[in-house]
Design a protein around this ligand. Structure first.
Ligand code: AMP
Ligand code: MG
Length: 663
């Protein structure tokens, strides 16, 4: 039997900063090795308590390395930075609640504080992932309880039935299943079923789709959560996608490098002149010299002769002492020459007979060896690190040009999410519907256009899913189709309390989606809904943002929730919105919900600070006009008894959405 391939991840800020502090990782390795030669620990690593780092390793070890078992130690407690279980949960294709229960129940027999650990376990395809506490003692206890079941669990997934029988008979023959254990196994199964139901129907809040309007809920059953909480839930599910090879071209804009990139060629690849002038022997000094050669910036490649497929170049010219060669900027400096003098420091003494060429030129200055010459590899040596993993290929930073210049033709990057956008509503009409005027009850679809454009502006390719009527079957069909090849679906409309607001029950009841939240304490955007849909064929869950229909709510919630998630899926290191303090130029009344007030943000160069001008006091969520020329969202605090308005010149935090204006 092949040994089980195991990886161990220590999750700890402290150990990541100083690996000698890591005790649990090495202990786990030792325990496995001592337990059986069947465990082969192939990888160990230490990462900080950062979801992005944890998931990157788990994905790589599960998807690329196809390990049988990944043990994670640390980050399972109640502290704010303890996010190991939450980070890996979205990666798991099947939970193994029985194993989780086993860990908790055995630890509880040792200390009631085991209740403060939040372990999780499950498969990512065929890789079993188990989180363990950070303390070496607890790790040892947990491993003691895991060892009896681990080989069996791993064999089941490998489909090694012989080995399974062996394990069964092993348990039977050693008589190791005590009454207590049998009872425990029974409760495990029970708990397993319960928990699986919980996972699938994590939040069965929605009424049956066929419920008549007279029986609908009159208050949303969804707990109202804060914007920050909503953002943190989303960031747990919006994990970087897999990596792909991409050609170096304009299409690479916005991608994040998934590898360190090294120069394939030296730049320059030959000794190149920095100026237009004359290549000289520096030791010859000032004087009058014959111009014996011309070197323009040109290729020295020669078509190979017949029957000779080797690449050929001109034999370089050899400049003798007492001779000079005219060279252009970027031209190859001839062999023998060791400096270039710029044309401004020379004088024509004699023309050639044809009156066209230069025969004799006076070099009027002294120069030194290497002056005005870029030596081979002086800009960049072959093998130099030119772009490190995590770099975003931008239109500003010149990364594309750099890659091109060093001969890199393809790179490994994180795939960008494929994002679909749909509008829902029987009243919603496409702007291209011009055959007749709108009739009462109808409105133009503005949301789809706005969101498609905003996604494109963020360097991602949106997919237009059109307008879907308020009809459960039509919506189901549209989503079904979209789920086939999209990573993220954004819908607008149909998420509030109306009888035709089908989005939430549809997601839950027809797609087995988990609705992570359905109400956010904010204005505008209260009914914003976030869901994930499990998929059978792929390892990933699909992500759905069901945004409110009001146009301003749709835009505001897109920037607050969707865009950071899309950036995170692209593996952009800082996916959050930029927030800057701005001085407001007038009084603003506060609301009982945290409000996102549209403003134009100016840089006041004279005073050296940012100023925000409201787009108007009427900020109703249907008024698209309140978005015109807006490049910022003021984050207004909620109204209190002591504070009902902000005063002119107050400083407020502002989410920056677009380029600043200059005052
Ligand atoms: P709903 O969330 O479906 O209740 O819609 C809330 C409000 O937004 C209603 O007044 C809708 O008519 C409006 N609305 C919904 N979808 C769109 C859209 N795509 N473009 C513009 N307005 C919309
Ligand atoms: Mg609607």
């Amino acid at each position: 039997m092949n040994p089980y391939k195991v990886g161990i991840i220590t999750v700890s800020d402290t150990s990541a900063a100083d690996r000698t502090k890591d005790k649990s990782g090495p202990l786990l390795q030792q325990l496995l090795t001592e337990a059986s030669s069947d465990y082969q620990v192939l990888h160990t690593t230490v990462v900080p308590d950062e979801a992005i780092d944890i998931t990157r390793v788990v994905q790589e070890w599960a998807d690329t390395e196809r390990l049988d078992l990944i043990l994670l130690t640390g980050g399972t407690g109640f502290a704010e930075r303890d996010i190991t279980p939450d980070s890996i949960e979205p990666l798991l294709t099947r939970l193994t609640p029985g194993i989780t229960h086993l860990l908790i129940s055995t630890s509880l027999t040792k200390t009631p504080f085991a209740a403060l650990s939040r372990p999780i376990s499950g498969f990512r395809n065929k890789t079993l992932c188990i989180t363990l506490p950070g303390s070496p003692k607890a790790c040892r206890e947990n491993m003691d309880s895991l060892f009896p079941i681990l080989p069996h669990a791993l064999d089941l997934v490998r489909g090694q039935h012989g080995a399974i029988r062996h394990t069964h008979s092993h348990i039977a023959s050693t008589g190791s299943t005590t009454n207590q254990q049998q009872q425990q196994q029974h409760t495990c199964v029970h708990h397993h079923q319960q928990q699986q139901q919980q996972v699938q129907k994590h939040s069965a809040h929605t009424l049956d789709l066929n419920t008549p309007v007279s029986q609908r809920a009159r208050v949303s059953p969804y707990p109202m959560i804060s914007v920050e909480e909503a953002q943190s839930i989303i960031s747990r599910y919006a994990q970087p996608l897999e990596t792909v090879d991409m050609k170096v071209s304009e299409d690479l804009i916005g991608y994040v490098l998934a590898e360190d990139v090294y120069a394939k060629e030296p730049v320059p690849g030959y000794r190149a002149s920095i100026v237009d002038g004359y290549a000289v022997h520096a030791e010859d000094g000032p004087g009058i010299y014959p111009v014996c050669h011309v070197s323009l910036a040109t290729s020295h490649y020669q078509e190979p002769k017949e029957n000779d497929d080797s690449m050929t170049v001109h034999t370089p010219f050899q400049l003798k002492r007492g001779q000079i060669s005219r060279v252009a900027t970027g031209g190859m400096v001839p062999d023998g020459a060791n400096a270039v003098v710029m044309v401004e420091d020379t004088r024509l003494v004699e023309r050639a007979l044809d009156n066209q060429e230069e025969a004799m030129v006076e070099i009027m200055i002294s120069t030194q060896a290497n002056s005005m010459i870029r030596s081979v590899g002086s800009d960049c040596q072959q093998g130099d690190l030119v772009c490190s993993k995590g770099t975003v290929i931008s239109t500003v930073g010149g990364e594309l040009g750099l890659l091109a210049s060093v001969g890199v033709t393809s790179v490994l990057v994180y795939r960008k999410p494929r994002v679909g956008v749909l509008s829902s509503g029987n009243e919603v009409q496409d702007i291209t519907m011009t055959s007749r005027p709108l009739v009462p009850g109808e409105i133009r679809d503005s949301n789809r256009l706005t969101l498609l454009a905003a996604i494109r502006q963020a360097n991602m390719e949106p997919v237009d899913l059109g307008i879907v009527p308020d009809n459960v079957d039509a919506m189901e069909q549209c989503l079904q189709q979209a789920l086939l090849d999209l990573d993220v679906i954004i819908s607008t409309g149909g998420v509030s309390m109306g009888e035709a607001d089908y989005m939430k029950p549809l997601l839950e009841q027809r797609f087995n989606a988990t609705l992570h939240f359905g109400r956010v304490h904010m204005k505008p955007g209260k009914p914003t809904t976030f869901a994930t849909i499990p998929t059978t064929s792929s390892t990933k869950q699909r992500i759905v943002f069901a945004l409110p229909g009001n146009p301003v709510s749709a835009v505001v919630t897109f920037y607050l929730f969707v865009l950071p998630a899309l950036r995170q899926m692209c593996a952009i290191h800082q996916p959050k919105n930029v927030i800057l303090p701005v001085k407001i130029l007038h009084d603003i009344y506060l609301d009982s919900r945290p409000e996102y007030h549209r403003v134009r943000v100016y840089m006041n160069a004279e005073k050296g600070h940012l100023e925000a001008l409201s787009t108007g006091q009427n900020q109703q969520s249907s008024r698209m006009i309140s978005m015109v020329a807006a490049n910022g969202l003021l984050q207004l605090p909620i109204k209190t008894d002591d504070l009902s308005m902000l005063k002119k010149d107050d400083i407020v935090e502002c989410i920056i959405l677009g380029p600043l204006y200059q005052k």
